[in-house]
Design a protein. Structure first.
Length: 94
């Protein structure tokens, strides 16, 4: 059985130390890159009050992507619709 290795990860502007299997390191790092790239993308496209808003948007986007890929009958624009609704809610707060 493989030992867990500690790695430092950064999501948004926070750093975390987690332990993972060495075989999972590449997937974890690619996932982190995707998450952080989406945070940057959402920061430029949508108004938000703080990093938590952008992380919430990314979580919703990521979960929607996962569900869409498992269900081919789901509309391709589901992510876009969800983000528009979220943007409207954030605009009401601002």
């Amino acid at each position: 059985m493989q030992e867990l290795i500690p790695i430092n990860i950064v999501i948004g502007d926070r750093s975390y130390r987690v332990k993972i299997h060495p075989a999972d390191e590449e997937v974890v790092r690619k996932t982190l890159k995707t998450i952080n790239d989406k945070i940057i993308e959402f920061k430029t496209q949508f108004a938000g009050k703080d990093m938590q808003d952008y992380i919430a948007m990314v979580v919703l986007w990521y979960a929607t992507q996962s569900l869409s890929s498992n269900d081919p009958s789901a509309p391709a624009s589901a992510t876009e619709e969800a983000l528009k609704k979220m943007e409207e809610q954030l605009d009401k707060i601002s």
